[in-house]
Write a protein that binds this ligand. Structure first.
Ligand code: GLC
Length: 722
């Protein structure tokens, strides 16, 4: 890497225009667009050839050759030979695609998350990517929001642990190594709280809720060494994040001392005019730069106005130099001054894509992220069944990679039908789609074939869900039930053959109330990625034992949303619907209050019995610790993994506390009939919260400890925090 002195010398020799160029990023097509094209993106952005010659980073490109061509072009023209840095959204895979992050959250497996990101980073780096805009760690409570698929769910500690693991996976130990990419944590902050679950919508959130729920996962990523951070599109309490002094100055810089690079989201600086906090591009540039946004992505406020703002004294030369130095150091940490290609090698990339090792990891991740929601005993199926019908719109569906699947190709995905055929003997599998998965499709002409297939088979794998483009950015739903005629198909197929397993492909928690009422078994596969069909087959036939636990609550109805496990008690919780309140409780008159499936829920083919919990002490001091030992026995002839979850409740505090909060989890493998002792170490910092005075402290008093999953605890005890 170059020395700090070298970077400072570069800075001294740069013109203001060259410095501002380092603070801009555009899509590759802007560079490759011919300047003669008066309708092209370059003209729309108001960029001259000279502007483009100075741009410091590029978003998205299609090949190593294209990346090298742009780098070469730039380096030849740049007198300081400052390399361009190339960035892309490698969220859950580059070409081999792993389960969507919400699925990975259900694995409760940080090591697995790290491995998936490591493999994704290797494919990306070989392909010319130097920075990925991941992990996304937005805290979510509302499945109407399409981007819930992109985060690890509604539990800040779980999301923080898995996202920190992803950062370790992407960044490795040394960013100059060719197989590592820099990670950019996003979207800071509160984006998942978009009102009504509508993307880009306003977020109103108290400081206490922000600090308690929304901010911890970002901090975990910064502590894990994230090199970059992206503010979110939304306004937070009336001020768009990219121009929000409380977020960007007080929290990020003063409290957290973040010294990485801040990059705006796509045109988010330009959107300050649309939000209505900037009258023109110049004001937008001033707001964003003044609040610490170093690089402007895909809008032109900086390139058009930063020089003018400097000359007019709105900010100092030093502020400009500090921002540019952050970018130069960032590129230096990637080793780009020595190797502007960062080891990109198309031949190496081609060998990595879909290689056996990556496929194996993708299949394992898909299996460990799946959640067995219901099983009346029909699963696992026996492999010696004479005939198996694979029915439903997802029977042959290749579109199970999920949103943000980068360069993954649907046609390279293993479908459920493929997976079944690969696992079973030939001639055993018949396939009938029955209907589509589109919300406005009422065609039932495929029912007859599907019902006949069900009737003539020993068992049915009923593959249902929502199209992968019904979730992801900009794809929000007001109706989170199974789209189209799928429930009608399900009822008819299950009536024709009760030995039916429903297998789900979706990017958000769905309202499965109707399916839960008729299906004897429900396996949630989410969007499992390239190896989805093989993982589903292995789970259904018991070659793999489901071990996922829900990282996000499944409501009974969209009318319950937002719904989440770490909720307050209220003064009239639903269970007080008794004489004293004569029905005046925090309850619906037309729907049960508890969710259909709670956070942390997930079944296994094994039978895990929670034998007991013992504490080394029942008093906890500020410097002390308590050993919490949980005895679990696998009372079954099948091995499997169980995620033991430790929750707490602080029944009396200076502010209202959640009725339950996850404070620890251990994913443990059990052999058949094996009994194990699982230990947690409880310390005072684990009990801290933002109290009445907005101090992050623990308070003396009783703390309840619970083992099990949200709303369904099997062991409890309590301690006294001294
Ligand atoms: C998008 C997304 C962001 C992504 C960026 C670059 O609009 O909000 O997550 O990293 O643009 O593609």
């Amino acid at each position: 890497m170059m020395t700090e002195e070298y970077l400072h010398a570069l800075l001294l020799n740069m013109t203001i225009e060259e410095k501002i160029g380092q603070l801009t990023q555009y899509n590759a097509n802007v560079f490759l667009d011919s300047s003669a094209d008066i309708t092209g993106p370059r003209m729309q952005l108001g960029l001259t050839d000279e502007d483009l010659s100075r741009v410091g980073s590029v978003l998205n490109f299609s090949s190593v050759a294209e990346m090298k061509k742009m780098q070469d072009m730039h380096m030849e023209n740049d007198p300081h030979r400052i390399p361009v840095v190339f960035m892309m959204d490698v969220i859950h895979g580059y070409r081999t695609i792993y389960p969507i992050p919400l699925a990975l959250g259900c694995s409760f497996d940080a090591e697995l998350a790290e491995t998936c990101s490591r493999m994704a980073g290797k494919e990306a780096a070989a392909s010319g990517v130097q920075v990925t805009f991941a992990p996304m760690v937005d805290y979510v409570r509302d499945p109407r929001w399409g981007r819930v698929m992109e985060t690890c769910g509604e539990e800040p500690r779980l999301t923080g642990a898995l996202a920190a693991a992803q950062i370790r996976g992407f960044q490795g130990s040394d960013l100059t190594y060719a197989e590592n990419v820099a990670a950019c944590v996003k979207h800071f902050a509160g984006y998942g709280g978009a009102e009504a679950g509508r993307d880009y919508n306003a977020v109103e959130c108290s400081e206490r809720a922000l600090r308690e729920f929304y901010l911890p996962a970002y901090k975990a990523c910064i502590d894990a060494g994230a090199q970059m951070l992206m503010p979110s599109f939304n306004s937070l309490n009336g001020i768009p994040s990219v121009a929000n002094p409380w977020l960007m100055k007080q929290v990020l810089k003063e409290e957290w001392d973040f010294d990485g690079v801040v990059i705006s989201d796509y045109n988010a600086v330009g959107e300050l005019l649309v939000h209505g906090v900037a009258a023109d591009e110049k004001e937008a540039a001033k707001l964003a730069f003044d609040n610490g946004c170093d690089i402007e992505m895909c809008s032109s406020a900086y390139i058009h106005h930063l020089k003018e703002l400097l000359e007019e004294g709105f900010f100092t030369q030093e502020q400009l130099d500090q921002a540019v130095m952050r970018v130069l150091r960032f590129k230096n940490r990637l080793g780009l001054f020595e190797d502007p290609y960062h080891g990109a090698d198309q031949e190496k990339a081609d060998c990595l894509y879909l290689c056996e090792k990556h496929r194996e990891i993708a299949k394992r991740a898909a299996a460990e992220s799946a959640v067995l929601l219901k099983n009346d005993g029909i699963l696992p199926l026996q492999e010696n069944l004479a005939r198996v019908a694979v029915i439903g719109p997802f029977a042959r569906e290749h579109g199970i990679l999920g949103s943000w699947s980068c360069n993954g190709r649907d046609e390279e995905t293993v479908t459920v039908a493929d997976g079944m055929a690969a696992l079973l003997k030939t001639g055993q599998v018949i396939v009938a789609e029955g209907c589509s998965n589109h919300w406005d499709d009422t065609d039932t002409s495929g029912f007859e074939e599907a019902i006949a297939a069900a009737k003539s088979s020993d068992a049915v794998i009923l593959c249902l869900g929502e199209p992968q483009d019904y979730s992801g950015e900009g794809n929000c739903r007001t109706d989170i039930r199974l789209p189209g005629m799928q429930m009608e198909l399900a009822r008819r197929v299950i009536a024709a053959n009760p030995k039916t397993v429903a297998v789900l492909f979706n990017g958000r928690p769905l309202d499965l109330s109707e399916l839960d009422a008729v299906a004897p078994a429900i396996l949630e596969m989410w969007f499992p990625g390239t190896e989805g069909g093989n993982a589903a087959a292995e789970l259904i036939f018991g070659r793999a034992n489901p071990c996922g636990k829900l990282a996000m609550t499944f409501p009974r109805s969209v009318g319950q949303c937002p719904i989440y496990y770490n909720h307050p008690n209220t003064g009239r919780p639903h269970w007080t619907r008794a004489a004293e309140h004569c029905g005046y409780t925090s309850d619906y008159i037309d729907c049960a209050t508890l969710p259909l499936y709670s956070f942390g829920h997930g079944l296994s083919y094994a039978n895990f019995v929670y034998v007991g919990m013992t504490l080394s002490d029942h008093q906890l001091s500020a410097e002390g610790s308590i050993r919490v030992s949980v005895r679990v026995r696998n009372e079954s002839p099948v091995g499997g993994k169980e995620t033991v979850q430790l929750y707490m409740r602080d029944p009396v505090a200076s502010v209202v506390r959640p009725v339950q909060q996850l404070i620890g989890f251990r994913k443990v493998a059990f052999a058949p009939w094996e009994e194990k002792e699982i230990e947690f170490t409880l310390t005072e910092p684990m009990l801290r919260f933002w109290n009445f005075d907005m101090k992050h402290v623990s308070e003396p008093g009783e703390i309840q400890l619970m083992i099990g999953c949200a709303d369904h605890f099997v062991l409890t005890d309590e301690i006294i925090m001294k």
